[in-house]
Design a protein around this ligand. Structure first.
Ligand code: ATP
Ligand code: LTN
Length: 343
């Protein structure tokens, strides 16, 4: 795809950090939505390496992880002929705009409201200033490209709202430059919960690997994680987030991977629980066994694609992506500098 040429389509921007293994939550909450958007929109997908270094990364691993994230994008179905993929640190305008936003419009009162910072490090002395400022860099990512929509999981909504606030404030105080982006969150899958604790989201920074299904987990290991996932009391398969949060989460994963609706799943497993409990497979044995199979099938197909890309191929995609987005980013930055009187 060539950005900003001929037929205008609304612009979609999103990104993932190369900070650890990507998991099924990332896929169902974000990547799958991206894939569905790439035919209708001008999509730009970034590997946000400057966000990843807000916490310490092993330098030798970071380079490899950046390429791995691109392979994950490709395996998920992002097509570089339709969407642009690039690496954040290749475009210097991101950090320049972040600094400008820091000074011109971001306020401590805004930043102190960010719940993710409070959860991820808030009180610790060793926490970097970058982690605190992370949402401003994210706003810069989004605003540089005249973005219309930002598809993310539920945990990132507050950050996109901050980007909206900063854009509106800049436009008001310095003159019109930024488009104000909308957040795009899926109805289902926007918050996949941990397999070991359905009260917390599935996260790559979780303490235990039993919390998540990594997209690179061996399919049999992933199946075992599903079979061992925490469940709720009772034995009925029923979508009830309040009273059966663990089963509701597993049903969401099941439904998104297979296309079966909640009602269909409820019907399929009606009366199947207790018999299996006696057979010591667990109360929700048959349901979990089938879900484990669905996850396994998904991962086998996904990983076959994932392993089919070479490092050189990925580097070429990133280079071409940077070439396409650079002029757009530089143009926005130029307008911003003009408004500030520093061009
Ligand atoms: P983590 O907590 O796993 O470190 P993150 O949200 O900090 O994840 P990314 O991996 O960069 O960082 O997130 C990539 C995308 O995946 C974002 O759009 C995010 O909202 C989404 N996402 C992350 N976790 C989940 C989840 N459990 N369910 C749905 N979407 C998720
Ligand atoms: N903070 C996001 C990653 C991210 C992002 C962005 C997402 C950085 N810049 C711009 C959407 C748009 C996260 O998922 N942790």
């Amino acid at each position: 795809m060539e950005l900003n040429k001929q037929n205008y389509k609304p612009i979609v921007f999103s990104g993932v950090q190369p900070s650890g293994v990507l998991h099924l939550g990332n896929y169902l909450g974000a990547l799958e939505q991206w894939v569905q958007m790439q035919d209708k929109y001008n999509c730009i997908f970034c590997v946000v390496d400057y966000h990843a270094i807000t916490v310490k990364q092993e330098p030798k691993e970071l380079g490899r992880r950046i390429l791995d994230v691109v392979k994950i994008y490709l395996a998920a179905g992002i097509n570089p002929a339709k969407a642009v993929i690039f690496q954040q640190s290749n475009i210097t305008a991101h950090t320049e705009l972040a600094w400008i936003l820091n000074c011109a419009v971001a306020r401590l009162a805004d930043m102190n409201k960010m719940t993710q910072f409070k959860e991820k490090g808030g009180e610790k002395e060793s926490v970097s200033v970058g982690l605190y400022d992370y949402p401003v860099l994210m706003a810069a990512d989004i605003l540089l490209y005249n973005t219309d929509a930002v598809p993310v999981g539920d945990d990132q909504v507050q950050h996109v709202e901050l980007a909206r606030t900063l854009a509106q404030r800049f436009n008001r105080e310095y003159g019109q430059v930024f488009k104000v982006p909308e957040v795009a969150v899926r109805k289902q899958g926007a918050r996949i919960m941990g397999l070991d604790d359905p009260s917390k989201k599935m996260s790559k920074s979780a303490n235990s690997a039993a919390n998540y299904i990594a997209l690179t987990d061996a399919p049999e290991v992933a199946a075992k994680k599903i079979r061992r996932a925490v469940t709720d009391s009772g034995s009925e398969i029923k979508y009830d987030v309040k009273n059966k949060p663990a089963i509701a989460n597993l049903m969401t994963i099941y439904s998104l991977l297979t296309g079966l609706g909640f009602k269909e799943l409820e019907k399929k497993y009606q009366g199947k629980g207790p018999a299996y409990a006696e057979a010591s497979v667990g109360k929700y044995g048959e349901f979990k066994k089938d879900l484990a199979e669905a996850v396994k099938k998904f991962l086998i197909k996904f990983q076959l694609k994932y392993h089919s890309y070479s490092g050189d191929e990925v580097k070429r995609i990133l280079k071409d992506g940077a070439r396409q987005v650079r002029p757009v980013a530089e143009e926005t930055l130029k307008k911003v500098k003009e408004k500030l009187g520093i061009n």
